[in-house]
Design a protein around this ligand. Structure first.
Ligand code: ZN
Length: 175
């Protein structure tokens, strides 16, 4: 089975509900001063792991929403294999998270908005469409306006703050 689908129309039943939950986690990240990204892992219609970007709070380059959600899901089911699981994330995964998705054998990835700077599921590169030993099914564009809005307003606010303090290096925070 190739299992790869570029379409947004392979959206299924509760995709919007779970993406809303991921958005809620992204908002919590934002309220902690983090780049707003949230992730939820679902198996058999039950949430088994959640994560929000905590890179600044944890002072940890690995503390992306997806990695935290994967850790919790593995803990929860007592296995590193997340067969039959769907990962919902508000932003297209970076290379590290795309690798973690492959290594944890997540069956399906659903993401909201594209990340042209670091996205590794179609934007900069598509690691999920390479001949690795596992290829998740991908759906993108679920609630994409909301998912990209929360990021652009976060960065706009940073720009305003930066202007007010007269600096111009502050924006160089990456993500
Ligand atoms: Zn990542």
């Amino acid at each position: 089975m190739d299992g790869y689908n570029h379409d947004t129309n392979n959206m299924i039943n509760n995709d919007i509900i779970y993406m809303k939950k991921a958005l809620q986690l992204a908002k919590e990240a934002r309220d902690n001063g983090e780049v707003p990204v949230g992730a939820v892992i679902v198996k058999d219609d039950k949430i088994i792991g959640i994560g929000k970007n905590s890179r600044e709070t944890d002072k940890n380059a690995l503390a992306h929403a997806e990695i935290i959600a994967i850790e919790k899901a593995c803990e929860n089911i007592g296995s590193w294999r997340l067969d039959g699981c769907t990962l919902y994330v508000t932003l297209e995964p970076c290379p590290m998270c795309a690798g973690a998705i492959i290594n944890s054998r997540i069956t399906r990835l659903v993401f909201g908005s594209f990340d042209e700077k670091a996205g590794s599921c179609g934007s900069v590169i598509n690691l999920l469409d390479c001949p690795f030993n596992h290829r998740p099914v991908v759906t993108y564009g679920v609630l994409k306006e909301e998912c990209s809005e929360i990021l652009s307003s976060f960065f706009n606010n940073l720009r305003i703050k930066d202007k007010n303090r007269g600096g111009d290096d502050f924006l160089n925070i990456g993500r």
